[in-house]
Design a protein around this ligand. Structure first.
Ligand SMILES: NC(=O)c1ccc[n+]([C@@H]2O[C@H](COP(=O)([O-])OP(=O)(O)OC[C@H]3O[C@@H](n4cnc5c(N)ncnc54)[C@H](O)[C@@H]3O)[C@@H](O)[C@H]2O)c1
Length: 250
């Protein structure tokens, strides 16, 4: 079984639902204390309660990750309460279907702020705590759209997810000697609420294009994230895990 030393503390954004929720529960099952961050207070509280059923401490923070200052205050509060942050999963994300032709400045900013800016400034804020123990794991949730432009996702979404890959590799190089690994997962179509933002026609088209013939499940993406957060993954950094049923084989 993949091991993550017990008592570690993980901050997971967008953990109220979908991939983030499955990741938080997967880490809790291994004894990690998950901090559930989400804009949806009820969803966040309910996942923290589920995580506590694994016998670990867990708490919820209601934060809009697009604002940097509240994110910094949240991490200060986590450090005050737990004394450490060992794992950061930058998972919160919003879908946008605007094409280059109908993209607005507001839409660009909304998508980039939630999907990328949050990851950059949260990583900056937690690195000190990780370096202190010479152990840290950051996992950025990108997308197949960031690898090959996307089929139904829009321009800002694909750009934000490609930016996550550059952020991952750049940060990984900066912090490798400090015992901190930084990796990305790039999921293909995964059955979550975000995915339901597509029309049934889009979903049928996407399903038909998946070589394995089925949509991903949040738990299948979370399993890869949990591995990247483990002790066994110490030799993996700056990597992108493509999890897409064979849609992109590099
Ligand atoms: N589902 C897919 O097909 C798919 C494919 C590739 C990548 N992804 C990525 O996976 C990640 C998780 O997506 P999911 O499919 O689990 O979606 P989801 O909609 O089920 O979950 C996303 C969570 O993020 C939260 N969130 C949204 N905006 C937020 C904000 N401003 N501040 C804080 N929390 C916020 C939502 O409340 C929700 O709980 C996203 O980054 C998404 O882009 C998803």
């Amino acid at each position: 079984m993949i091991s993550v030393a017990k008592s570690r503390v993980a901050v997971i954004t967008g953990a109220g639902k979908g991939i983030g929720r499955s990741t938080a529960l997967g880490l809790a099952a291994r004894g990690v204390r998950p901090v559930i961050v989400d804009i949806d207070a009820n969803a966040a509280e309910s996942v923290a309660a589920e995580a506590r059923q694994s016998g670990v401490e867990s708490c919820a923070y209601t934060v809009d990750v697009s604002q940097v200052e509240p994110l910094r205050q949240m991490i200060d509060s986590v450090l005050h309460r737990f004394g450490r942050v060992d794992i950061l999963v930058n998972n919160a994300g919003v879908l946008s279907k605007a094409t280059i032709a109908d993209l607005s400045e507001d839409e660009w900013d909304r998508v980039m702020d939630v999907n990328v800016k949050s990851a950059a400034f949260l990583s900056q804020k937690v690195l000190g705590s990780m370096a202190k123990r010479h152990w840290g794991r950051i996992v950025n949730v990108a997308s197949l759209a960031g690898r090959c432009g996307g089929q139904s996702a829009g321009c800002a979404y694909a750009a934000s997810k490609a930016a996550m890959l550059g952020l991952t590799m750049n940060t990984a190089k900066q912090v490798a000697k400090a015992g901190v690994t930084v990796n990305a997962v790039a999921p293909g179509p995964t059955d979550s609420e975000l995915f339901r933002g597509f029309s049934s026609q889009d979903i049928e088209r996407l399903e038909a294009s998946i070589p394995v013939g089925f949509l991903g499940k949040p738990e299948q993406i979370a399993a890869a994230i949990v591995f990247l957060c483990s002790d066994e993954a110490s030799f993996v950094t700056g990597a992108v895990f493509d999890i897409n049923g064979g849609m992109f084989m590099g």
